[in-house]
Design a protein around this ligand. Structure first.
Ligand code: ADP
Ligand code: MG
Ligand code: ZN
Length: 472
């Protein structure tokens, strides 16, 4: 029998606020261990948390960007458990009144992956294993997180990947998080079950904890799907348990079973007040959202006629997309600009981080000017490409790299001569035009363009040709 995959994801995303969620310690990644700590975030008795307003704003932003409703009344709760990375022995999180609920992300196929809730919480510290000893770095303790929980709507490892990539891109566009999985600012718990195809009942699930690589998430889901299908095939039952994925050997191993499942004894955090958010504030945050990647992709493909593959490459990096949009103003054929960005500019930006930052000495004004020259036929593509490469290398402006002579195009007298030559050499085409074939004129214009290496002005050329032909 064939078994269908059922998967739900719980994604932790570190918010980009400068300070922690309940104190004013900094949140930067990679600092000396235990240098960004204070009595509040290491949980000394007698300290009191203060909720960082920026964290609430960022979480609402995230919720709105993935189509969530925002709860105007929300609160924080204590989730109790004992572990060395959690000095208070409870995490301040949200239980039954999360900040955001009922959203979704739409996949390319049109399938919607529902988002049940997004809540805010504090991160725990980090255990560092070194030469048989275990050290604790509390810098990460109190870093603000959102947890984004999907319904069990994902049906393949590919859908899981697409969902996560879309989530990551949206969070980056709205500036809520850099979502770097390798740095741990995006981490995922992967819930997997299988069931006979066409069944509507959910099977028993396992949960693979703390994954931080897309390719391993894909592998782990596929491994688990196969493992569970084989168990059911044998007439046995899947055990509900928490698993760890072994990256080297590609298999999942048990961390704890349902019987050891912890009772977190959730209760309301007594040291923090209710979070109330006005409708006005929610509307204000909504209208501050930038245009999201899907909207841009549609515009590039449908309106600007950029090939989808190219449009996706540009949309993938917000700074590149912003640069692209600034550079196309007044350019009829926007593909000239997308080709320059993908061909000339991306090839100089080696890493994903470089492309993300999109640091370049070229201004969008220069790109715009150059593209207009190509668009209007004042310079040809070869000249434009070499000019662009030079501008990218030296940081020079367009007028420094393209000579006056090249920019001037061709003078009227010379253009007339070329047109006469083309007419003389193509009498058959000229006759076609005389007999009412308008396409023939386009062919002649094309020949003049080739002869002048793209410098001739098309309108001027047409006028000349029509004059010469009617004088003959
Ligand atoms: P918990 O809080 O114990 O982890 P939840 O019920 O909140 O459990 O579910 C957590 C995640 O598990 C959600 O993303 C949900 O979609 C997913 N999930 C729940 N049941 C199943 C199932 N039978 N198969 C796959 N995923 C599931
Ligand atoms: Mg869970
Ligand atoms: Zn602190």
């Amino acid at each position: 029998m064939k078994y269908e995959l059922v998967c739900g994801l719980e994604t932790h995303v570190e918010l980009s606020s400068k300070s922690k969620i309940f104190c004013s310690c900094r949140t930067d990644f990679g600092a000396e261990p235990n240098t960004h700590c204070c009595p509040v975030c290491i949980g000394l008795p007698g300290t009191l948390p203060t909720l960082n307003a920026e964290v609430v704003n960022l979480a609402i932003k995230a919720g709105l960007a993935v189509n969530c409703e925002i709860n105007t009344v929300s609160k924080m709760d204590r989730k109790n458990y004992v572990y060395p990375d959690l000095p208070k022995a409870y995490q301040i999180s949200q239980y039954d009144l999360p900040l955001c609920k009922n959203g979704y992300i739409e996949l390319g196929s049109g399938r919607k992956i529902r988002i049940e809730r997004i809540h805010i919480e504090e991160d725990a510290g980090k255990l560092v294993h070194k030469g048989g000893d275990i050290y604790i770095d509390y810098n990460r303790g109190g870093v603000p997180l959102i947890e984004i929980v999907t319904a069990p709507d994902i049906r393949s490892s590919n859908e899981a990947k697409e969902y996560l990539e879309k989530l990551q891109l949206i969070m980056r566009y709205i500036g809520v998080s850099d979502c770097k999985m390798q740095e741990g600012s995006m981490r995922c718990d992967v819930n997997v079950s299988v069931r006979p195809e066409n069944s509507n009942v959910l099977g028993t699930r396992t949960e693979i904890k703390n994954m931080n690589s897309l390719s391993f998430i894909v592998k782990a889901i596929e491994f688990e799907q196969k493992r569970q299908s084989q168990i059911i095939e044998k007439g046995q039952n899947v055990v509900q348990e928490t698993l760890r994925y072994n990256e080297e050997l590609n298999f999942t191993e048990s961390m704890r079973s349902k019987e050891d499942a912890q009772d977190y004894r959730y209760f309301r955090e007594p040291d923090l007040v209710t979070i109330s958010t006005s409708r006005e504030k929610i509307e204000a945050i909504k209208s501050s959202l930038p245009r999201l990647p899907d909207v841009r992709l549609k515009f590039y493909v449908e309106t600007l006629k950029i090939p989808e593959k190219d449009a996706k490459l540009i949309v993938k990096y917000k700074n590149a997309a912003d640069f692209f949009e600034d550079s196309i103003k007044g350019v009829k054929n926007a593909k000239i600009v997308s080709n320059f960005i993908i061909g000339q500019m991306f090839s100089k930006l080696e890493t994903e981080d470089d492309k993300e930052r999109f640091n370049t000495s070229l201004t969008s004004e220069s790109m715009n000017e150059l593209s207009k020259l190509v668009d209007s036929g004042k310079i040809n593509m070869n000249l434009a490409k070499s000019a662009l490469n030079k501008m990218l290398e030296t940081g020079e402006g367009i007028h420094e790299v393209i000579s006056k002579k090249d920019l001037q195009g061709i003078n009227d007298e010379d253009l007339k001569k070329v047109c006469e030559k083309i007419v003389d050499e193509n009498l058959e085409v000229v006759n076609d035009y005389r007999n009412g074939k308008n396409k023939a004129l386009q062919a002649l214009i094309g020949k003049v363009m080739r002869e002048t290496r793209g410098k001739a002005n098309p309108q001027q050329t047409e006028k000349n040709l029509v004059n010469i032909i009617s004088d003959n």
